[in-house]
Write a new protein. Structure first.
Length: 276
């Protein structure tokens, strides 16, 4: 019944959609210094040249490590303070994260005119709020089975590193973001999952819609709209864009159902009831 209802809803909205441009809008922080995508802007994510690759993370299993000692787990559970936003913030509140310039050094060189110059080079590092920023990756992964914020932290570290990440690492990070969404139902986890898959905005190459990211993004939006993490407007925009590109929505329905199944499986594994 749920599947039928979702398809009926999609069919209804795909007729007579108001044309409002290619810009997208998601429920997200209004922080002007945020690294999160704004309406009409491109998302800075690794190239996803293999269409459909993003969907693998929806069913990828997370291998959890043994639980942390009780004193560390209790300390983490007690930390829930909001930190003041800083430059380079990604704009998330589930776990505050920001890009930070570190290990800056002067580098000399010579331009084409033969004049020497010096410039400053720095490493750009993703830093998380404490105590998540100080815990090693293995510790964060151990907590992720039951702690949404730890799962979110792992997901960000694996998908939003300034340095390019191998595809397998990126997919594992997306799996942790799905875990964070299942445990928290938080808009930040949903948005980070879209960004990780390159699906947070409609993108075009030489005037042609990048169908894979659009299809996967729409599937996630349809799946998790009942959680209140996305507005109706981008859903209608994605439907319109795919239909204009001559794409069938049948695969979108199937991907959406898989996303819901993964979400519910993660909740059951954590001893929580299904929501979708």
């Amino acid at each position: 019944m749920k599947t039928t209802r979702r398809r009926q809803l999609l069919a209804a909205t795909s007729v007579g959609i108001l044309t409002i441009g290619a810009a997208t809008w998601f429920v997200q922080s209004e922080d002007s210094g945020s690294e999160t995508p704004q309406p009409g802007t491109a998302v800075s994510v690794p190239d996803r040249s293999e269409e459909g690759q993003e969907t693998k993370e929806w069913i990828e299993e997370i291998q959890t490590l043994p639980s942390l000692p009780k004193d560390i787990a209790d300390y983490l559970a007690a930390v829930d303070a909001e930190l003041e936003r800083e430059p380079g913030s990604l704009g998330y509140t589930l776990v505050e994260a920001r890009y930070q310039r570190e290990n800056c050094r002067e580098v000399g060189g010579q331009n084409l005119a033969g004049k020497t110059y010096t410039t400053e080079e720095c490493d750009v590092v993703l830093r998380l709020e404490e105590p998540y920023g100080s815990l090693p990756m293995e510790a964060l992964k151990s907590l992720a089975a039951k702690d949404a914020r730890a799962a979110f932290a792992v997901g960000l570290l694996l998908t939003r590193s300034h340095a390019p990440q191998p595809a397998a690492v990126h997919r594992q990070g997306s799996a942790y973001l799905m875990q964070a969404l299942a445990l928290s139902e938080h808009k930040d986890a949903f948005h980070a999952l879209l960004v990780a898959g390159g699906s947070a905005s409609l993108t075009y190459t030489q005037g042609k819609l990048d169908v894979g990211p659009a299809r996967n993004g729409l599937a996630l939006m349809i799946a998790f709209e009942p959680l209140g993490v996305v507005s109706r407007e981008p859903i209608e925009q994605y439907i319109e864009a795919l239909e204009e590109a001559g794409e069938s929505l049948e695969e979108v329905y199937e991907l959406s159902e898989r996303a819901v199944a993964t979400f519910n499986n993660r909740r059951r594994s954590a001893g929580m009831e299904e929501l979708l």
